[in-house]
Design a binder for this molecule. Structure first.
Ligand SMILES: NC(=O)C1=CN([C@@H]2O[C@H](COP(=O)(O)OP(=O)(O)OC[C@H]3O[C@@H](n4cnc5c(N)ncnc54)[C@H](OP(=O)(O)O)[C@@H]3O)[C@@H](O)[C@H]2O)C=CC1
Ligand SMILES: O=C1O[C@H](COP(=O)(O)O)[C@@H](O)[C@H](O)[C@H]1O
Length: 573
């Protein structure tokens, strides 16, 4: 595994990507021939128009406009897992060149290929998300979906497999069957190896048949394990190496690095909350914020997915990607505009201000079995897919500090764990005490309990609430803590779209605001690589915690060292 030293970090993360620093490729300068992949995205010009239409809120009812076929778009799962702990696998995915097939027809088409179509993510998330987009009229008039994997399957078998996981939006149930039929008729399957040029060339031929003489836009969703991915670009070591290798085949603007947490409604709402409400932005700094907590927990263990999980562990699986991305959005400076590059420039800057983590800043845990009256819950190492004696952490807590004028000294505490008491993902912002508080005597002895806390509950049961102090009605002066609560289910009847729907639609439209740029990824790894390396090299034994508990005691000690109490535990909310 390649390690990022801080020197490495500096050299990788100094130059924010800027569109103008890239060589321009246009259909007329032969750009197609130089772009190696089976897919294409709209040009930057079309992209800007789409971004602004999106911000005006015109999603969707066929609002997707694909004017110009060019280049390639590939979605890759960087949300986790690289650099790999172990290098494994021997397959590679090589994308063949396609000839320029933009022949100037007015109509455009989009072809979406789900590579790894036989897998878990494709079945559970990607095909259902595409179906939801279809139901919402978010896919263009002409589109084709291809599943690609090694498994042998006919089109009918693929359709049968997909149909089992499709569900209808609550408010569009009427024509559901009909819609499913229409959608499934647009789905096809091609079996092939991930490293076989010929197999991809066959797929290319089939796609061309569907695309006809229309302007083609192609999107590849690489829903395959990262080890295949790494080999795919003839590299088996690190994220930076992967980026370098990918760039032999694709330009930065053809790669959509996905972290599905960025597609979650409440994560999208974070910037709206902060930048469009006068009351929050002035408080958003060390002057008023005592600490920030990013909490992820699942009430189930690896349950059969341990083979996959064991190579990575919870830090790579959840923290380095999902929680860190949320943190970057939370802590970044105000971007120049809502354009993708402006936002990503700010995210890179704040990531680069974060101090790389060391063992002292981190606690790791692993769940053990637990019996309650009727059920026995297995230990992580009871999972048959987990190697005996595995030291892989299923829980981690970390304290991150941001060395800049806005955040110096504010602890950003993260914790993430599997097999805990409940399932939740939330951001908790604990504000400072009121100086010279007139009511301090009425607020009880634990003044921390009485500070304001803003909670952004990403899931489940999405909500944003602010804990305030108020007077209990009556003649006496008794104080209470209450929530001002924006509870989504109560406020909005519309179902919240799945994160993958938003991200797939964005990728189809060429909108990259919610995707991760390569320098962002470098900066993110630079924070976690030293500690991951230390944990591996020193064979650090994780602290045990029982399945279904609140996690290891070490997480409380870590928080206490920074004068923090975990908000989810102290309020029980
Ligand atoms: N599942 C999830 O909930 C999430 C997954 N991800 C990421 O998405 C990607 C896909 O995940 P998931 O669907 O769970 O993965 P799977 O393990 O289900 O793999 C997907 C497909 O890839 C092929 N494959 C699997 N292992 C190998 C191998 N060793 N060599 C060659 N081909 C292989 C198989 O297809 P075939 O044999 O037919 O070729 C398989 O159906 C991964 O990168 C994962 O980290 C991210 C977030 C959540
Ligand atoms: O990326 C991953 O995310 C899921 C949790 O996603 P959610 O949207 O259901 O909260 C996690 O279970 C998985 O281990 C991880 O790879």
């Amino acid at each position: 595994m390649a390690a990022f030293s801080s020197a490495h970090r500096r050299s990788h993360a100094t130059t924010p990507y800027s569109p103008s620093s890239r060589p321009r490729l246009s259909p007329s300068d032969g750009g197609h021939h130089r772009r190696v992949a089976l897919s294409s995205i709209p040009s930057r010009l079309a992209l800007r128009a789409q971004s602004s239409s999106r911000l005006r809120g015109s999603r969707c009812a066929n609002a997707v406009r694909l004017h110009e076929g060019a280049g390639a778009a590939t979605i890759i799962p960087v949300e986790n897992k690289l650099p790999l702990k172990k290098s494994e696998g021997s397959l590679s995915l090589t994308l063949p060149k396609v000839e320029n097939i933009n022949i100037g027809e007015n109509e455009s088409t989009v072809s979406i290929t789900v590579v790894g179509a036989s897998g878990d993510l494709a079945k559970r998330k990607i095909f259902p998300a595409l179906f939801a987009l279809f139901c919402e009229d978010c896919l263009p008039k002409h589109f084709t979906i291809y599943g690609y994997a090694r498994s042998k399957m006919t089109d009918a078998e693929l359709r049968n497999m997909i149909s089992k996981s499709l569900t209808c939006r609550t408010h569009k149930r009427e024509n559901c069957e009909e819609k499913m039929d229409q959608f499934l008729k647009r789905c096809f399957y091609h079996s092939g190896h991930y490293d076989c040029l010929e197999n991809f060339a066959e797929l290319d031929k089939k796609l061309k048949l569907h695309e006809g003489r229309r302007i083609s836009n192609r999107l590849f969703y690489l829903s395959i394990p990262p080890n295949i991915f790494v080999d795919a670009v003839r590299c088996s070591k690190s994220s930076a190496a992967l980026t370098k290798a990918l760039k032999q085949y694709l330009e930065e603007n053809q790669i959509f690095r996905i972290d599905h947490y960025l597609g979650k409604e409440l994560v999208e709402n974070l910037s709206v909350l902060r930048f469009s409400n006068l009351i929050f932005e002035p408080l958003w700094s060390r002057n008023y914020i005592r600490n920030v907590q990013l909490i992820f927990s699942e009430d189930f263990g690896t349950e059969g997915r341990g083979g996959y999980f064991d190579s990575y562990g919870i830090i790579r699986d959840i923290m380095q990607n999902h929680l860190l991305q949320i943190l970057a959005l939370f802590a970044m400076e105000t971007p120049v505009s809502l354009d993708a590059e402006d936002i990503r420039n700010e995210k890179v800057k704040v990531l680069r201000c974060m101090k790389p983590l060391h063992l002292d800043d981190v606690v790791i845990g692993q769940y053990t079995s637990h019996n309650d009256r009727s059920t026995t819950y297995p230990a992580y190492t009871d999972d048959k897919t987990v190697p005996n004696g595995s030291l892989t952490p299923t829980f981690a807590a970390a304290a991150i500090f941001i060395n800049n004028a806005r955040w110096e000294g504010v602890p950003f505490l993260m914790k993430a764990g599997k097999a805990l008491q409940d399932r939740r993902a939330e951001i908790r912002v604990q504000f400072r005490h009121v100086p010279g508080n007139l009511y301090s005597q009425k607020l009880g002895t634990d003044l921390d309990q009485a500070t304001n806390e803003l909670v952004i509950r990403v899931q489940p049961d999405e909500a944003i609430y602010l804990m305030i102090n108020n007077k209990v009605p009556g003649l006496e002066m008794k104080l209470d803590h209450s929530n001002l609560n924006l509870h989504y289910a109560a406020r909005y009847s519309k179902e919240i779209p799945d994160a993958y729907e938003r991200l797939l639609l964005d990728a189809i439209e060429g909108e990259r605001r919610l995707f991760i740029r390569s320098d962002e990824l470098d900066a993110a790894w630079a924070i976690f690589t030293p500690v991951l390396k230390e944990i591996d090299e020193k064979n650090i034994v994780p602290e045990s915690y029982p399945y279904g508990s609140r996690g290891p005691a070490g997480a409380h000690r870590l928080a206490a060292r920074h004068n923090v109490k975990w908000g989810d535990l102290s309020t029980g909310q």
